[in-house]
Design a protein around this ligand. Structure first.
Ligand SMILES: [Zn+2]
Length: 114
């Protein structure tokens, strides 16, 4: 399961960060998840308590999510458009010569703790 790997990766990163910043307890972790990243946040939040069960610093933390809207740019006409309803073809000029700008990311946005 893809999400389990991500949850472990996030937990490890935050444990590291927590140690460096002398955090005793992480209260919440906020992730940024791209609309077309393929990562399902509800799966992540389901496995989060399990992933954190052995970590003193993360045990009672909650996992939050901000969704990043997917935007594609057309390399022919230079305009941007919403990726999800439109797909890879530019709605302005019909070109298939397009590139995703945002929407594929899975990142740690912020960590709150004490
Ligand atoms: Zn175009």
């Amino acid at each position: 399961m893809h999400e389990l790997g991500i949850a472990y990766h996030v937990a490890e990163t935050i444990e590291d960060l927590g140690r460096k910043n002398n955090l005793e307890q992480v209260a919440s972790v906020t992730l940024e998840i791209g609309e077309v990243s393929g990562v399902i946040f509800s799966y992540l939040s389901d496995v989060w308590p399990w992933v954190c069960r052995k970590s003193d610093i993360l045990r009672d933390s909650s996992l939050l999510c901000v969704e990043i809207h997917a935007v594609t740019i057309c390399l022919d006409c230079g305009k941007t458009y919403d990726t999800v309803p439109q797909g890879r073809q530019c709605p302005h000029c019909g070109s298939w010569h397009t590139e995703l700008v945002t929407g594929n990311e899975v990142m740690i946005k912020s960590v709150e703790g004490y």
